[in-house]
Ligand binder design. Structure first.
Ligand SMILES: [Zn+2]
Ligand SMILES: [Zn+2]
Length: 273
């Protein structure tokens, strides 16, 4: 029979395969409800994490489609800057920090875990996603994902608030808790998360508070969110948004989209990067 390894070694062996449990209370308190005025007056600029770390431009929504975040540094790089780096011959390194891109799930997971251990908000949110979807060889584990997103939100991840909002509101893998979901979306929207802003408008629409729904979608449309602009158009057709609001949303959306364009990004789109 194999000897029992000393405690420290056993812990280290555990750490190689099982990420350490985070010290969270059993039932973390949901965020406090946002003050209605603060909710509408904040978050008109997008979250800082939505910019490309190389060209400093905001990334089009959905940001996951138009950019990547390498696990080495967890810095967002847009498809245009990825293409430019590729064209300069930087094929297997992160365009931002020049670390070699990990090959294989285990190497990628180890890099993420290292950053999670150091209290990196974005890496903790990312690991939550991997558990939620059962990626990188992990077994799908929604409670673990929620635990990680809760920790990431505490550490300042706006995306983690959005993820928590979504799962609690719709009850995806967890018992439905709409008020808790809404509060998380409010926290994300206040910090400029466009999808959370869209959700909040949908919630108001379901509750037949059309005026508030339009206010939310105006904010996200002006940040360049196309679905929100289309919703304002529908509301205008239904008589719930004024012609002036629709015109303002169109102008604001167009300007935001223009500001996100660059020759590199256009080329990346043409090449399907
Ligand atoms: Zn860029
Ligand atoms: Zn990097």
């Amino acid at each position: 029979m194999a000897a029992t390894p000393p405690r420290a070694i056993a812990a280290a062996m555990d750490r190689r395969t099982v990420p350490p449990k985070l010290t969270l209370t059993e039932r973390p308190e949901p965020p406090a409800p946002a003050h209605p005025r603060r909710l509408m007056e904040s978050g008109h600029d997008r979250a800082q994490g939505d910019t490309c770390t190389i060209c400093y431009l905001y990334v089009e929504s959905p940001v996951g489609k138009h950019s990547k975040m390498n696990v080495c540094c967890m810095k967002r790089v847009c498809n245009g800057c990825f293409l430019a780096a590729h064209q300069r011959g930087l094929l297997d390194r992160c365009p931002f920090c020049r670390t070699a891109i990990p090959t294989g799930d285990a190497a990628e997971l180890a890099m993420i875990q290292k950053r999670v251990d150091r209290g990196d908000a974005e890496a903790t949110q990312r690991l939550g996603n991997q558990y939620y979807h059962g990626e990188l060889g992990l077994v799908k584990d929604v409670p673990r994902a929620i635990e990680l997103w809760t920790r990431a939100a505490e550490l300042g991840s706006v995306d983690a608030h959005n993820d928590l909002g979504f799962v609690y509101y719709y009850g995806h893998g967890v018992e439905v808790d709409k008020p808790r979901g809404i509060r998380h979306c409010q926290q994300a929207a206040i910090k400029g998360h466009v999808e959370s802003r869209l959700y909040l408008g949908l919630v108001d629409y379901d509750n037949e508070d059309y005026k508030s729904a339009v206010q939310h979608w105006m904010i996200s449309a002006m940040m360049g969110h196309e679905d929100s602009l289309n919703l304002i158009k529908e509301m205008f057709k239904e008589g719930q948004a004024s012609k002036a609001q629709y015109a303002e949303a169109l102008r604001g959306h167009r300007d935001a989209v223009e500001e996100m364009k660059s020759p590199q990004r256009e080329e990346a789109k043409r090449l399907g990067v």
